[in-house]
Design a protein around this ligand. Structure first.
Ligand code: NAD
Ligand code: UDP
Length: 342
């Protein structure tokens, strides 16, 4: 029997979900998008429609609402769900842990419950490099031990990975993949979709682009006294389109029945560490502008360095990051300019 080619994308109006929808459609899949728009706008679904020329079904649904979710499962025929829907602000999760445990875990357990009830097999879960914490060896492989989470957000990622692993072991028809994203950055080359943080951005690249656009006065570089080549933190910045393509590769592996076990984990990064300062100077160079920045104290909870060993994703998924940091930072700026009407 031919594998069903429809994928349900929860949180599909968000940053990673919208780019993944574009790449899935480009690869021949149909998508259904659900989102409660708690951290996104319907305009991003419209952006996906414009890029792909396809009339994508979109429903405003809260994945914590089991009855609403059940209606979606009853209405659409799909074998695979990619579950992006979650809150993601680390600092806010420390201040409001219940908000994070409730949204991120209930929504995920509801998805798994519905998969079971409707006999749908494949769940792809958005995990994070945060599960590695301050790792003892770098780069991290999927076998590098996870460290106790330092925030409720990080804890929801660890718990959801475990929930998926246990459910896949227990339920005969259920298969899971967790993708551990490193630092997703950039925007679609069309500049029709991109990251749309609400309020003051927590993440580096949106803060950089908003500073360049004059929305923020000055970028603070959090810490220049780390034990790294230039004293600033090292991260693995993965282009958003490359990241979206990793989802297509994972979906293909699931829908074509190629998984080796019932639950698999993959790192999704470039495999290259980049310092905060290096990112800032690259942004300035490729976009031909000067950024107002200053050195500032370390930010609580930051690990000095983390980057991915991507061999497993390269070999098993047949996926590799291709976009250069330069092109990614150009796309991030093009998107910001479009958002600001510059
Ligand atoms: P995002 O906020 O842009 O997208 C998440 C989407 O989920 C939003 O559109 C939001 O409205 C929706 N949502 C949240 N709770 C919902 C609910 N209960 N019901 C329905 N929709 C809901 O974030 P993103 O950057 O696209 O992240 C997607 C996933 O990837 C999240 O699970 C996030 O934790 C994970 N992740 C993100 C990063 C990153 O740096 N962006 C890194 C690692 C992991
Ligand atoms: N960072 C910074 N200034 C900012 C935001 C982030 O110097 O305004 C640094 C942060 O300390 C970290 C890196 O940029 O070293 C990436 O931070 P981000 O929040 O984007 O991702 P994280 O790796 O923390 O998930």
């Amino acid at each position: 029997m031919e594998a069903k080619k429809t994928v349900l994308i929860s949180g599909g109006a968000g940053y990673i979900g919208s780019h993944t929808a574009v790449e899935l459609i480009g690869a021949g899949y149909d998508v259904v998008v659900i989102d409660n728009l708690s951290n996104s706008e319907e305009a991003s679904v419209e952006g996906v429609r414009r890029i792909t020329g396809r009339d994508i079904p979109f429903e405003i649904v809260d994945t914590c609402d089991m009855a609403a979710l059940r209606s979606v499962f009853a209405k659409y025929d799909f074998d695979t769900v990619i579950h992006f829907a979650a809150f993601k602000a680390v600092g806010e999760s420390v201040a409001e842990p219940l908000k994070y445990y409730a949204n991120n875990l209930v929504s995920f357990m509801n998805i798994v419950e519905m998969m079971k009830e409707f006999g749908r097999p494949n769940v792809l879960f958005s995990s994070s490099a945060t599960v590695y914490g301050d790792a003892e060896t770098l780069p991290v492989t999927e076998l590098t031990p996870r460290k106790p989470a330092t925030s409720p957000y990080g804890n929801t990622k660890q718990m959801a990975e475990d929930i998926l692993r246990d459910c896949c072991a227990a339920y005969a028809g259920l298969y899971g993949i967790a993708l551990r994203y490193f630092n997703p950055v950039g925007a679609h080359p069309s500049a029709l979709i991109g990251e749309l943080p609400r309020g003051v951005p927590n993440n580096l690249v949106p803060f950089v682009t908003q500073t360049a656009a004059g929305v923020r006065e000055c970028l603070s570089i959090f810490g220049d006294d780390y034990d790294t080549p230039d004293g600033t933190c090292l991260r693995d910045y993965i282009d958003i389109v490359d990241l979206a393509c990793a989802h297509v590769a994972a979906v293909r592996r699931m829908t074509e029945g190629k998984m080796e076990g019932k639950f698999e984990i993959f790192n999704v990064g470039t495999g290259h560490p980049v310092s905060v300062l290096e990112l800032v100077t690259t942004f300035e160079k490729v976009n031909g502008l000067k950024l107002n920045y200053r050195m500032a104290p370390r930010r609580a909870g930051d690990v000095p360095a983390v980057w991915a060993d991507t061999s497993r994703a390269n070999e098993v998924l047949g996926w590799k990051a291709e976009c250069s940091l330069e092109d990614t930072l150009r796309s991030a700026w093009e998107w910001e300019k479009r958002v600001r009407g510059l």
